[in-house]
Ligand binder design. Sequence first.
Ligand code: KG4
Ligand code: ZN
Length: 334
Amino acid sequence: MYILGIESSCDETAAAIVTEDRTILSNIVYSQINEHEFFGGVVPEVAARSHLEKIDVVVNNALLDARLDISDITAVAGTCGPGLIGGVIVGATFAKSISMAMNIPFIAANHLEAHALSIRLTDDVDFPYLLLLASGGHCQLCVVYSINHFEVIGKTIDDSIGESFDKVAKLLGWEYPGGPIIEKMSIHGNDRSFLLPHPLCSKDSCDFSFSGLKTAVRLAATKCQTERDKIDLCASFQRAVTDVLVYKINQAIKVCKTVKLSAVVISGGVAANKFIRIALQNACEPYGLRFLAPPVHLCTDNGVMIAWLGVEKFLAGQFNDLNFSPMPRWPLSS
Ligand code: KG4
Ligand code: ZN
């Protein structure tokens, strides 16, 4: 079985081919970062146009890398949301067109569900598991019971976590996306030099808030006089975010005490951050819980996770009509 996955919900045009025995035959990602860098963030119209220009060659390259012809593909999965609607329409329509032309099943992929299940491609992990989905558009904690059954137990009440990395980097004068540069600079900084707030950490809830932290960094940045100060502030920000995640993971594990969790998983672009991964790994140890994260290159958006979701849905016999409408907002189903 060869499943083609197509992703275009934000600023990566991506396609990949994955088999049911968890082999990644190809993984093509065209990143639009250079096109958005000047604006300090993703511009939806620029993103949609770029997806339209690149999707053809990206899908073709995925076939070439896998040494397959389009006629070899068993089914095609395309991201139908949530995301920037222009880009989602491009990818979803392309996937539907292949489905129609080749007479193969179409699977409407939920981008969040794809992040949530991608760990099952790279690791042996059974349901249910606790998931921290930490990306550019989301931050939520949920229990993954099965491919269609998620219980959200906490989510951000304002900014997403990746957004806070991007905004802090921007106000420190660094390029988009902020996460990788903040992680890199933090290595050289003193993460105890600025005392920053830990929003919602005195509460029992599993919800997050990052906008106050971002504002605190903005105020602290006005006091930075040297490059050294900036690097210390950046490290202090990364430490504060990590402390919040550790607090919330502990909270979530307590909330789930009646659920037989097989693991704690982090996924989404922010899961690429090694400082956060190590801290969460340490947090899970006292509970005897396995901590898992996808390989770093599969944390940020890619076609592999969409193709893998396609495999999971294909094996469950779950396909979609070609009139399935793309949705800019599409929460995880419960
Ligand atoms: O999952 P993703 O590729 O796109 C969405 O679904 O939103 O996540 C992108 C986000 C960006 O905000 C980026 O700054 C963040 O992931 N990110 C990181 C790192 N790499 C990417 N955040 C922290 N540390 C990183 N190493
Ligand atoms: Zn994503």
